[in-house]
Design a protein around this ligand. Structure first.
Ligand code: ADP
Ligand code: GN1
Ligand code: MG
Length: 368
C-alpha cells in the first residue's frame, strides 16, 4: 500500500527541491525494509530521495533534526582525522526553502541525501574480510560518537530495542490474531515465549547500571554501510533514522544477527540458515579494534547476549508484523515476514548451541 502511495506523491516531493535537470525518472533503489528509497539522476550529481515511513516514524522532523546534528558532528570528527566528510558520512540536502524534509499532499515526509558514489552496498557478508570491514565501520561509529551529548537526541521510535515490550506486543498480536494466522505459527510463537526470561537480560543489566546508555545506531545491518568499491573498506554508515541512546551490545548484536550466516534473511529453507562462528569472531575482532577503548569490560562480556537478543527480538518483530498483516516491514510476497521470523529463530538456536564458544571469543578481549 505505502509502496504505491510513494510513487503517487514522489513528483510533489521532487518539486520542492532544486537538484538540477534530471536525466531520467527516479527509480526505486536498495533493499531497505522501511522507507521508500529512490535514486535521482541529475547527470552531474546523483541523489537519494526517500519517503520516510509514516508507519515507523511518527515524528519525522525530530528524526531529521537528529540526523542533521549527528552527521554534522560526525563530519567535524572525520575532518579532524583527515577524512573526507562528504564520502564518510551522509549529507542532508535542503529543499528550496531550506527545510530538512518536505511533506507531500498525503502527509508523508520526504528527504534527500547526496548519493555516495563509487560504493557497494552488500546484502550478505560474502567474505570474512567484508564482514570485518563493516565491523570496523560500526565500531568506529561508536567511538566517534562517544562524547556526543546523548540527551539531546530525540527517541525516534520509543521502546525500539525494548525486548520485553516487543514480546508483550507479540502476545497481544497472538491474542488478537486479526487474520487467523496464529494457528500456523504455533511452534514459532512457543519458541519465542520459551525465551521470555532472556528478553530481560540486557534491560536488567541496564537498569542495574551494569551496562551504560550510549549513542548508538540501532540498525547495524550490513546493508546500512556503504563499502568503497576501490579499496573494499567500509566507507559510510547510513540509515541514521534510529540513532538514539541505546546499548552498544545491540549495535554489535544486530550486525551479527544479519551478517554472521550465509543465507538471506527471508530464506524459506532453514537447512541453509546456519550461524557462522568464524564470521562472529571476525566481526568481534574488527568491532572491538575500533570501539574497544570506548567500551567497558561489562559491555564486552555481554556482547554474545547482544547477538542473541537482537536476533530473538527481530524474530519477535517479524512474527508480530506477520500476525498483524505486514504493515511495518515491506514484503514482496505473502509469508515473507514469517520466513524472516523463522530464520531468526534458527539462528538463535544455533547461537545457543555455540554459546560457550561465543563467550570464549568475547572473553579474549577482557582484561580482568
Ligand atoms: P531503509 O530504512 O528503508 O533501510 P536506507 O536509508 O537504509 O533505508 O536506504 C535503503 C538503501 O538505499 C540502502 O541500503 C542503500 O543501498 C541505499 N542508500 C541509502 N542512502 C544512500 C546514499 N546516501 N548513497 C548511496 N546509497 C544509499
Ligand atoms: C529494518 O530499515 P532497514 O531495512 O535497514 C528495521 C530494523 C530491522 C531490519 C530487519 C527502523 O531495517 O530494525 O532489524 O529491518 N528498521 C526499523 O532487516 O525498524
Ligand atoms: Mg536500511
Amino acid at each position: 500500500m505505502s509502496m504505491v502511495q510513494a510513487e503517487q506523491t514522489l513528483q510533489e516531493a521532487l518539486a520542492a527541491y532544486d537538484l538540477g535537470t534530471l536525466v531520467s525518472d527516479p527509480v526505486r533503489f536498495g533493499e531497505g525494509h522501511i522507507n521508500d528509497t529512490f535514486l535521482v539522476d541529475a547527470g552531474e550529481r546523483r541523489f537519494i530521495l526517500q519517503r520516510i515511513s509514516p508507519v515507523a516514524f511518527k515524528q519525522p522532523k525530530d528524526l531529521m533534526e537528529n540526523i542533521v546534528n549527528v552527521t554534522e558532528y560526525l563530519g567535524r570528527e572525520i575532518e579532524k582525522l583527515g577524512g573526507d566528510r562528504r564520502r564518510e558520512t551522509l549529507e542532508v540536502i535542503r529543499s528550496r526553502k531550506g527545510e530538512t524534509c518536505v511533506a507531500d499532499s498525503a502527509g508523508a515526509m520526504w528527504r534527500v541525501f547526496a548519493f555516495v558514489e563509487d560504493t557497494i552496498c552488500y546484502q550478505a557478508a560474502e567474505t570474512p574480510e567484508l564482514f570485518a570491514a563493516s565491523g570496523r565501520a560500526f565500531g568506529r561509529f561508536q567511538r566517534l560518537l562517544r562524547d556526543y551529548p546523548a540527551h539531546t537526541l530525540h527517541e525516534t521510535i520509543p521502546h525500539f530495542h525494548d525486548t520485553e515490550d516487543r514480546l508483550r506486543k507479540l502476545k497481544e498480536a497472538v491474542a488478537a490474531d486479526p487474520l487467523g494466522r496464529a494457528k500456523d505459527c504455533r511452534a514459532d510463537i512457543d519458541f519465542m515465549l520459551a525465551r521470555e526470561s532472556d528478553c530481560s537480560v540486557a534491560l536488567a543489566a541496564l537498569r542495574e547500571g551494569t551496562l551504560p546508555l550510549r549513542v548508538t545506531h540501532n540498525d547495524t545491518k550490513l546493508n546500512n554501510v556503504l563499502m568503497d568499491d576501490q579499496t573494499g573498506e567500509a566507507l559510510c554508515v547510513i540509515d541514521l533514522d534510529t540513532v538514539m541512546p541505546g546499548l552498544s551490545i545491540n549495535d554489535f548484536g544486530d550486525s551479527i544477527r544479519f551478517g554472521a550466516n550465509h543465507s538471506a534473511e527471508d530464506e524459506p529453507d532453514l537447512t541453509k540458515v546456519n550461524f557462522d562462528l568464524d564470521l562472529f569472531a571476525a566481526y568481534t575482532d574488527a568491532f572491538l579494534e575500533q570501539a574497544g577503548d570506548a567500551l567497558t569490560q561489562a559491555e564486552i562480556r555481554y556482547l554474545p547476549w547482544g547477538a542473541k537478543l537482537m536476533t530473538l527480538e527481530c524474530g519477535i518483530r517479524f512474527l508480530t508484523d506477520h500476525l498483524e498483516g505486514d504493515g511495518y516491514f515491506h514484503i514482496s510476497r505473502e509469508g515473507q515476514n514469517l520466513d524472516r521470523a523463522r530464520t531468526q529463530c534458527k539462528l538463535v538456536q544455533d547461537m545457543e548451541a555455540h554459546w560457550s564458544e561465543m563467550n570464549a571469543i568475547a572473553a579474549r578481549y577482557l582484561s580482568e
